[in-house]
Write a protein that binds this ligand. Structure first.
Ligand code: ADP
Length: 292
């Protein structure tokens, strides 16, 4: 089933002014339910503009003059479906912890479900479930002030507030920004858990190519508002000429592969995870390879 369908989408900021900027240029894209997509590209390449189209924060022209965006078959320009769209597509913005504002964790998480006009029992169920999903025990955290939590805990609460709306599609904008390696590991594990337990379709905008290649099953690279690469991490990062042309980094593991090649150990260019690298090196060590 198609979760997202985008046809010929163009978005221009400050149109017909001296600061006119084409942020998206004829984007065509289908994301199937169940996919995990990482959107990568330099600052200013159009990533945020693209994802803001997913929940109707930015909409194409009503008459389709600059393209069309459909979420589960419904155009985002349909006025009737706008509220539902906001519930169906959960957006976790950059540094979401800055958006916490209620005096208790439970109230903050309940904000979205309350907007959905759910009854009290259902709201309570969702607050409990979301807290549990993000790994914060209800009894310990529900009545605390979000402002006295650690940075990592705050980010979890902010994510819980979005998943409490039980979105069909979860969009995360730079979920690892500002986290230390331990924080990155924790949020990575959390995102994988959310995918398997609550929200099958996940789209993440990220600068972190290691996370992109280990988490996502599809990488979409943008440059100057255009999709310039779209494939599995192996396909996209394995094409070093393309990556160089786009000016992106490659995952750490791919950098090791390149370094080994400089020393005469030629491995497959499409190795992107540490597991693949270990297997390949082991194969060579035990005589299974003919490259060394
Ligand atoms: P990214 O998320 O990849 O950094 P953006 O979608 O934020 O890219 O930006 C794409 C282009 O649109 C950039 O050139 C940016 O300066 C411009 N842009 C983004 N938001 C606005 C805005 N509100 N008004 C004018 N220009 C904008």
């Amino acid at each position: 089933m198609q979760a997202i369908k985008i046809e010929a989408l163009t978005h221009i900021y400050s149109k017909k002014t001296p600061s006119e900027k084409v942020a998206l240029d004829n984007i065509n894209l289908v994301v199937e339910e169940g996919e995990f997509v990482a959107i990568v590209g330099h600052t200013g390449s159009g990533k945020s503009t693209l994802v803001q189209h997913f929940n109707g924060l930015i909409k194409p022209h009503k008459k389709g003059k600059n393209g069309r965006v459909e979420i589960y078959g419904r155009a985002t320009t349909e006025k009737k479906g706008l509220k539902q769209l906001r519930f169906d597509v959960g957006m976790v913005f950059q540094y979401p912890e800055y958006q916490l504002f209620e005096d208790t964790v439970a109230k903050d998480i309940a904000f979205g479900p309350k907007n959905m006009k759910l009854d009290k029992d259902e709201i309570d169920r969702r607050v409990r479930k979301s807290l549990e999903l993000v790994g914060l025990p209800y009894d310990e955290f529900a009545e605390r002030s979000p402002f006295e939590l650690s940075g990592g805990e705050k980010r979890r609460v902010a994510i819980a507030g979005v998943i409490a709306m039980e979105p069909k599609i979860l969009v995360l904008d730079e979920p690892f920004a500002g986290l230390d390696p331990e924080g990155v590991r924790e949020i990575t594990a959390l995102i994988l858990k959310l995918k398997s337990e609550i929200c099958p379709t996940i789209i993440t905008v990220t600068h972190d190519m290691d996370s992109a290649s280990t988490l996502a099953d599809r990488i979409i690279a943008l440059r100057e508002g255009k999709i310039v690469a779209d494939g599995t991490p192996k396909e996209v990062f394995g094409d070093r000429a393309l990556i160089k042309e786009i000016g992106l980094d490659v995952p750490f593991v791919a950098r090791i592969v390149d370094k080994l090649e400089e020393r005469g150990i030629v491995l497959n260019k499409n190795i992107v995870t540490i597991e693949e690298l270990t297997t390949e090196l082991e194969r060579i060590r035990t005589g299974g390879g003919d490259n060394v």
